[in-house]
Design a protein around this ligand. Structure first.
Ligand code: ATP
Ligand code: MG
Length: 711
């Protein structure tokens, strides 16, 4: 019965005698299906109790799906079974063993923002200069060390600055301990440490979990692998399931090498390959195979299907991002007429900021949607910060806006000062702004606090003066920079900081488009824009169970499948992402991400790009993504501005070279990640122009001209 719906290779994996197994197979070949069937087999045929089983995967959504698939096949409750994410299961473990772990019973978990604030306080307490030791960098350092499983005393300092970061790490750990809190990485780290040092507990859990199963194994990092080894011990059966071609978290420490280590660490592991794909049409599958074959050093496999040929992949060349969004929405309307339900349709993109234009188009046509694994654009923290500045500029009595930004970015205005202002305002029936002005007049603060408060008041006043005569999008741009928000997020290293900067820059685009589309007469553009943003962030998001289109980044789509997939923004610099340019390893990770995207589609795949896109506040022309060229022409139908054209034409006309002679030696220029610098040298011209720039904090770098703007 359990084996009925499986092919011979899958059956072999599901009914193998207890022991280690490595299932290495491509997308859609039934890996997750094998894993869930194996669990049912273990319980029903091997008489293993659900209590003895642990299954782990990467997202809560995937874990929930796994549990419900198992429940639907199994005749007994699965409650005793540990199914979850690495973080979720570690949390469960520590809740049971808080005493052994030296934690307070009610220990709390810090999210990334809380963690940042805590690290900042620690840096201040150590009397260190925030400019030399930016909290964001310290956060990046600390999380990186934790992901490698290293406690402060185990980190080798590279230089004097490195030593200071270790001190910050140490002090931060002590502060967490005192406050009874822990961060995400701690959940895993503390679980590992406890299992390493407490032999009784280790023996208990190793006796309990007789069978351990891991999905999406290609994305485990060192600490997660260590976690698995500790729980598995010597005698338990471990099944790992993965696909090296779908490893997309290298930037967060995931190691494909763990797949190679597995056979060594778990001797006798049986390797099973699955090659038949059940998910996609043969057109989609061939496209995916052709694409991924451009990567080097693969473990190698070839997927085939008995499924239908299917429709060609539609590539759409939009003339800008709005046109692209309307193409998608129009197609969704057609699909709906052809009896597809909305939940069968997914729109995937590389960067979070791309969702705004698509969300607006969907909203205009009243199509419900849900953004997965992220907030809707106008609800994101950094956007709310920026909007709060705009709100305070237009209305000094906007107390919630005042509260939100008075110390964002941090400018030394503490909770105690704020309480004083709040209480005074309340007692005298004033707004926070008025209260602040009066308290300043009365010289109620220490000199240090007064300086901080005055600089805030002056900042807001200057902003009001300077933005008065500006057009709306210039106003927004000015506020983003003058408020320090852009600099604040620039310091936040890694994907997250970058995402926030991209989102902020997207706000300038939103304002630009908003004014172009017309503002009602009776309102000032800024008031109209704020009203629009507030409405957009209202509770229009469809509930999980509603029939709605699913929007998510490619990263959060891993493991999922949809009858129809739209892959938007297939342009060089957007996808592959510009930070991967010139780095072959990073480019291969981008290609794997594209492979993940393509293989989510079951029946129909659309890929689209915009010839002009507003990015980082200006119009940019990018070539269509190289990934589009890597898909064989015969699998593709190309549509351009709603008329079919042949591929070469569509591909050639989109590239416009950078104007020559934009830069000269000695010029001040700006790079979105490295910040401001000075041109030292220029080589080549046009597309090949390379510019040597000295950045005050980072030293000298040679960059391609198109990554720079004049300051
Ligand atoms: P990914 O790499 O994307 O995680 P996967 O290898 O885990 O994919 P599954 O999600 O398990 O693949 O399966 C893909 C689809 O194929 C699912 O809809 C699944 O139900 C179906 N499928 C898998 N094996 C079979 C089979 N033997 N017969 C019919 N359908 C199958
Ligand atoms: Mg899967």
């Amino acid at each position: 019965m359990i084996l009925n719906s499986l092919n011979p290779a899958q059956q072999e994996a599901v009914q193998a005698p207890l022991g280690h197994q490595l299932i290495l197979a491509g997308a859609g070949s039934g890996k997750t299906r094998v894993l869930t069937h194996r669990i049912v087999w273990l319980v029903e045929k091997e008489n293993i109790s659900p209590f003895n089983i642990l299954a782990v995967t990467f997202t809560n959504k995937a874990a929930n799906e796994m549990r419900s698939r198992i429940e639907s096949m199994l005749s007994m409750p699965t409650k005793a079974m540990w199914i979850g994410t690495f973080h979720g299961l570690s949390h469960r473990f520590l809740r049971s063993h808080w005493q052994e772990a030296g934690l307070p019973q009610s220990f709390q978990i810090l999210d990334s923002d809380d963690q940042f604030r805590m690290i900042r306080r620690v840096i201040h307490a150590l009397n260190l200069d925030e400019d030399r030791f930016p909290p964001k960098e310290a956060q990046w350092f600390i999380n990186g060390q934790k992901e490698e499983g290293r406690e402060p005393h185990q980190v080798e300092p590279r230089d004097i600055a490195g030593q200071m970061f270790i001190r910050i790490y140490q002090a931060y750990q002590e502060a967490c301990q005192r406050a009874g809190v822990m961060d995400f990485a701690d959940l895993l780290l503390k679980t590992c440490k406890l299992l390493q040092t407490n032999a009784t507990l280790r023996a208990h859990y190793q006796a309990r979990f007789r069978c351990l199963l891991v999905d999406e194994f290609q994305d485990t990092n060192n600490l997660q692998y260590e976690w698995l080894k500790l729980l598995a011990g010597e005698n338990n059966a471990v099944m790992i399931v993965g696909d090296d071609d779908q490893s997309i978290y290298g930037w967060r420490g995931a190691r494909i090498e763990n797949i190679h280590c597995f056979s060594k660490d778990f001797p006798g592991a049986k390797i099973i390959r699955l090659e038949q794909n059940y998910r996609s049409t043969s057109v989609i599958l061939e496209a995916a195979n052709a694409l991924i074959s451009k990567n080097s050093g693969r473990l190698g496999k070839n997927l085939w299907t008995e499924g239908k040929t299917g429709d060609p992949i539609t590539i759409y060349a939009g003339f800008n991002e709005t046109d692209e969004a309307f193409f998608i929405v129009n197609r969704i309307r057609d699909l709906r007429q052809n009896s597809y339900s909305l939940r069968q349709i997914a729109i995937l993109y590389r960067s979070n900021a791309q969702s705004r234009v698509i969300e607006e188009a969907l909203m205009q046509f009243g199509i419900p949607y849900r953004v997965y694994g992220g907030l809707r654009y106008f609800e994101r923290a950094e956007i709310k910060d920026a909007l709060a500045y705009l709100r305070l500029l237009t209305n000094l009595s906007d107390d919630p806006a005042f509260e939100r930004i008075v110390n964002t970015p941090p400018r030394g205005i503490g909770d105690r000062t704020l309480t004083t202002i709040r209480e005074y305002a309340k007692a005298s029936g004033l707004t926070l702004w008025q209260a602040l002005e009066q308290l300043l007049e009365q010289k109620q603060f220490t000199t240090r606090t007064e300086t901080a408060l005055l600089s805030f008041v002056n900042l807001i006043k200057t902003m009001i003066e300077r933005t008065l005569a500006l057009e709306l999008h210039k106003q927004v741009e000015y506020v983003l920079y003058a408020s320090g928000l852009i600099d604040h997020y620039r310091k936040e290293k890694g994907e997250k900081g970058l995402t926030r900067m991209e989102n902020l820059e997207e706000l300038v685009n939103a304002a630009h488009q908003f004014t172009q589309e017309g503002v009602p007469d009776e309102m000032s553009p800024i008031a109209a824009f704020l009203a629009y943003a507030a409405l957009e962030s209202g509770d229009v998001q469809a509930e999980v169970y509603d029939d709605c289109v699913q929007l998510m980044t490619l990263h959060s789509a891993k493991g999922l499948e949809f009858p129809v997939v739209f892959l938007a923004g297939c342009e060089e610099e957007l996808f592959p992402h510009y930070l991967s340019m010139g780095d072959p390893k990073a480019l291969e990770e981008e290609r794997r991400l594209c492979y993940v995207g393509v293989t989510r589609a079951m029946h129909k795949l659309y890929m689209s790009y915009a010839e002009v896109r507003r990015m980082h506040g200006k119009e940019a022309y990018h070539r269509p993504s190289r990934f589009l060229h890597e898909i064989p022409v015969e699998l593709v139908e190309e549509i351009r501005f709603r008329t079919k054209v042949s591929r070469p034409q569509a591909m050639m006309s989109t590239y416009q070279p950078e104007p020559e002679g934009r830069f000269h030696v000695g010029q001040e220029v700006r790079h979105r990640v490295f910040g401001d610098g000075i041109v030292l040298d220029i080589e080549g011209d046009g597309d090949d122009m390379k510019v040597t720039v000295r950045f005050p904090k980072l030293g000298t770098k040679v960059l391609i001209a198109s990554y720079l703007t004049e300051k």
